[in-house]
Design a protein around this ligand. Structure first.
Ligand code: ATP
Ligand code: PRP
Length: 208
């Protein structure tokens, strides 16, 4: 049995066509049922539905053989313990700093609100900027509006969320897309099955 970890929502929706090309179609719809393990049209493949940030953990420990995770999540988790053989080019967005549209470029020590603590620390250290990082779990855009932080580090796609909150994008930290990650032991033990899924994903991506 090959177990693939996918997060509900945007990544699941965008991964479905790729999985379908590999003959992997979930039998149940995670939006309509509360099942966390989904059987698929392939008897040898099942999906586990988990939080986006938990995908690297499940794959690292071998609880899932493969997973689909955003590069933002992998950067934050530290993905040295995983293979990352394929950029699936889905759930694309940008990891950026953003600040209030009227705020000047900050000098000296700044306060930054984000859920990407390690990535933000690395980024600001690389820029030679002293940053105090405040960990939040969501609604980062609120932080500069209520004086919690000078700026945020968050994902930007259309820019609508920033705009709606009088913020503007500032510096690009990284272009983000979802990656296929594979457990290192599974890559050896289940090589044939994994290689065939990888191959099918690659063929589908090449046609796009
Ligand atoms: P969690 O459930 O752990 O809180 P989440 O709410 O960040 O995670 P999603 O919003 O489904 O989960 O995001 C999953 C992934 O999709 C992110 O890690 C990122 O790679 C990508 N992503 C997030 N927001 C966007 C967006 N607005 N546009 C495109 N891709 C995005
Ligand atoms: C993500 C991200 C931004 C928003 C950016 O949030 O955290 O808030 O998308 O997208 P935009 O530039 O197109 O507005 P998401 O929609 O995943 O909501 P959540 O993190 O609160 O679940």
């Amino acid at each position: 049995m090959l177990t693939i970890a996918v997060s509900k929502g945007r990544i699941y929706e965008e991964a479905l066509p790729l999985l379908a090309e590999a003959g992997i179609m979930p039998v149940d719809d995670p939006k309509k049922c509360r099942k966390l393990i989904l059987r698929t049209t392939r008897d040898d493949v099942q999906l586990v539905i988990i939080r986006a940030t938990d995908v690297p953990t499940f794959v690292e420990y071998g609880a899932a053989d493969m997973g689909i995770a955003g590069k933002d999540v992998l950067l934050e988790h530290g993905a040295e313990s995983l293979y990352e053989p394929l950029d699936l080019k889905i759930a694309c967005c940008k990891l950026m700093t953003a600040a209030h549209k009227d705020a000047p470029s900050h000098r000296g020590r700044i306060r930054v609100a984000t859920k990407y603590v390690k990535t933000a620390q690395r980024y600001f250290a690389g820029q030679g900027i002293q940053a105090e990082i405040i960990k939040l779990y969501g609604s980062m855009e609120l932080a500069p509006l209520v004086g919690l932080a000078d700026c945020i580090v968050d994902l930007v796609d259309t820019g609508n969320t920033l705009k709606a909150n009088d913020l503007e994008p500032r510096e690009l930290i990284m272009n983000i897309s979802s990656r296929l990650v594979v457990n290192k032991a599974a890559m050896k033990m289940k090589n044939q099955a994994i290689a065939s899924v990888l191959d099918q994903f690659e063929q589908t991506l090449a046609k796009r």
